[in-house]
Design a binder for this molecule. Structure first.
Ligand SMILES: O=C(O)C1=C[C@@H](OP(=O)(O)O)[C@@H](O)[C@H](O)C1
Ligand SMILES: C=C(OP(=O)(O)O)C(=O)O
Length: 450
C-alpha cells in the first residue's frame, strides 16, 4: 500500500431546513464492531459472512491491512466474506500498512502484529501521525515485541513481532477500549491467560465478539467500579455459522438524533441502533436534558443489544455529565456540546482529557466551534462548560474541522438551528465513519447542499 494523498477538501455551508425533520433511517454499521469483525474473522477458522459492515474509510483501511496480512476479504454484494489465515498464521506484509485516519485500526492492529513473528511498518494520515501510540506499544513491549516509532511514540511505527508471546497482565492507565483490545488481541496468540484491568468500564465489543467466535473471556467487576478481563490464550476461533450482524452505529445515530431533537416539530426513527450499555451515555444524558426518545429494544445479535429510537423535537435543559460516564459517550461530546449550546442553562461535561488525543484536539476544537458561532464555552481543567442560548445559537461562523469527522458532522447539526448559516471548512473526513451522511440527512429533510 502506498500512502494515499489527502483527499480534496469539501467545504459546506448549512442553514435552517425548510421544514421539520421526519422519516425513518438506518445509519451505517458500527465502526468499532466493523473493525473487530474484519480482524477477528481473519483470525478464525472458516468463512465469516458480515452483514451491514461499515464501508467507511477507516474500516476499509482495516480490510486492506487484513488482506495484506494474508486474509481473504471480499465484498460480495451487500455482505462481506472473510476467511483465514488464523491466529499465529499471518504473513508478513510486503509494504507499509496505511491506517489512514483510524486510531482504532492502528491500535488494535498493533496487538495483532506484535504477537506474530513478522516485521511490519504502520503509518497513517497527518491526523493519525500526531496521535499517541505509546499507550499500546508500552504494554505490548512486555511480550518481547520491539517497536521503533517517531519521537513521542508517533507513527510511522516499525514492529518486530514475537511469535510466542507470553500472556500479559496489565492495568490500563487510561480508560481506553483501544488499549484494552490491543492487549487482548496480543493474548490470542499467547499461551496462558491474559489479564487486563480497567479502572472504568470501556466499550466491550472485543470481549463480546471474541466470545461469539468461541474464545473463553471472563469478566469480573472490581469493588472500585472497574473490570478485570481474562482471556484464555490460543483459543480455537471459529467463524460463526449464522454470520455476524453489525448494528447501526450509536455514535453515528447521534447526529440525526440531536438534529431531530433541536429542529422544531421534528419526529424521526433510527432503526437497529446498537444499544450496548457501554455506548449509550449520550442517550442517557440527552434524556436527562429532557429529550423525548423512546427506545424499543429488539433481539440482540452477536452479543450486542439492538433497538429502534423514536425521537421527537424537545426543549432541552443544561446538564452535568460525570467523568465516569465519559467512556460510554467519548465520541459524542462535540455533538452533545451543540445540544447544550441550544439548551436552556449551563452544562458541564467532566473529565474530558481523552478528547485531546482524538482525530483533533476535540476539546479545544469544540470550544472554538461554539465560540466562532457566538456561543460561550470554557475549558476548566479537563471539564467543558457550555452556556446554553435557549434556542438562539447566533451562528454565522466558520468551523475549522482539523481532519475530524465528528466536528464536521456536529457543525452541520449546529447549522440546522443557528440563526445565521454555519460554514464548515471541510466535510471530506465524514467518509471515515459515516459515508453518505449528507444524503441520508437529506432524506430526513436537512436540505444540505451536496
Ligand atoms: O475501541 C474502539 O473501537 C474505540 C474506542 C474509543 O477510543 P479510546 O480507546 O481511545 O477511548 C473511541 O474513541 C473510538 O472511536 C473507538
Ligand atoms: C476517535 C474516533 O476514532 P478513532 O480513534 O478510531 O480514530 C472517533 O471515531 O471519533
Amino acid at each position: 500500500m502506498t500512502h494515499a494523498p489527502a483527499s480534496a477538501s469539501r467545504p459546506l455551508t448549512v442553514g435552517r431546513p425548510a421544514a421539520p425533520l421526519s422519516g425513518v433511517i438506518r445509519v451505517p454499521g458500527d465502526k468499532s464492531i466493523s473493525h473487530r469483525a474484519l480482524m477477528f474473522a481473519a483470525l478464525a477458522r472458516g468463512e465469516t459472512t458480515i452483514y451491514h459492515l461499515l464501508e467507511g474509510e477507516d474500516v476499509l483501511r482495516t480490510a486492506a491491512a487484513m488482506r495484506a496480512l494474508g486474509a481473504q476479504v471480499e465484498q460480495q454484494g451487500e455482505v462481506w466474506v472473510v476467511s483465514g489465515p488464523g491466529v499465529g498464521q499471518l504473513s508478513e506484509p510486503d509494504d507499509v500498512l496505511d491506517m489512514g485516519n483510524s486510531g482504532t485500526a492502528a491500535r488494535l492492529l498493533s496487538g495483532i502484529l506484535a504477537s506474530h513473528g513478522i516485521a511490519s511498518v504502520m503509518t497513517g494520515d497527518a491526523s493519525l501521525r500526531r496521535r499517541p501510540m505509546k499507550r499500546v506499544t508500552d504494554p505490548l513491549a512486555a511480550t518481547g515485541a520491539t517497536f521503533i516509532a517517531r519521537e513521542g511514540g508517533r507513527l510511522p511505527l516499525a514492529i518486530r513481532g514475537q511469535a510466542n508471546p507470553p500472556a500479559l497482565d496489565y492495568r490500563l492507565p487510561v480508560a481506553s477500549a483501544q488499549v484494552k483490545s490491543a492487549v487482548l488481541l496480543a493474548g490470542l496468540n499467547a499461551t496462558g491467560t491474559t489479564r487486563v484491568e480497567e479502572p472504568v468500564p470501556t466499550r466491550d465489543h472485543t470481549e463480546n465478539m471474541l466470545r461469539y467466535f468461541g474464545a473463553t473471556v471472563e469478566v469480573e467487576s472490581t469493588p472500585e467500579g472497574g473490570r478485570i478481563i481474562r482471556l484464555e490464550g490460543r483459543p480455537d476461533l471459529v467463524a460463526p455459522g449464522e454470520g455476524l450482524f453489525v448494528p447501526a452505529d450509536p455514535s453515528s445515530a447521534a447526529f440525526p438524533l440531536v438534529a431531530a431533537l433541536l429542529v422544531p416539530g421534528s419526529a424521526i426513527t433510527l432503526t437497529d441502533v446498537g444499544l450496548n450499555p457501554l455506548r449509550t451515555g449520550l442517550f442517557t444524558t440527552l434524556m436527562e436534558m429532557g429529550a423525548q426518545v423512546d427506545v424499543v429494544e429488539k433481539a440482540s445479535s452477536g452479543g450486542e443489544l439492538v433497538g429502534d429510537l423514536h425521537v421527537r423535537a424537545s426543549t432541552l435543559q443544561g446538564v452535568e455529565v460525570p467523568a465516569a460516564r465519559a467512556p460510554s459517550m467519548i465520541d459524542e461530546y462535540p455533538v452533545l456540546a451543540v445540544a447544550a449550546a441550544h439548551a436552556h442553562g449551563v452544562s458541564r461535561f467532566c473529565g474530558l482529557e481523552e478528547l485531546r488525543v482524538k482525530e483533533s484536539d476535540r476539546l479545544s476544537a469544540t470550544v472554538a466551534m461554539l465560540r466562532e458561532n457566538g456561543v460561550r464555552a470554557e475549558i476548566e481543567g479537563d471539564d467543558l462548560v457550555v452556556y446554553g442560548t435557549g434556542g438562539a445559537i447566533p451562528g454565522g461562523g466558520l468551523v475549522t474541522t482539523h481532519m475530524d469527522h465528528r466536528l464536521a458532522m456536529s457543525a452541520s447539526v449546529m447549522g440546522l438551528v443557528a440563526r445565521q448559516p454555519v460554514r464548515i471548512d471541510d466535510t471530506a473526513f465524514i467518509d471515515t465513519s459515516f459515508p453518505g451522511y449528507l444524503a441520508l440527512m437529506n432524506q430526513l429533510g436537512a436540505g444540505f447542499a451536496q
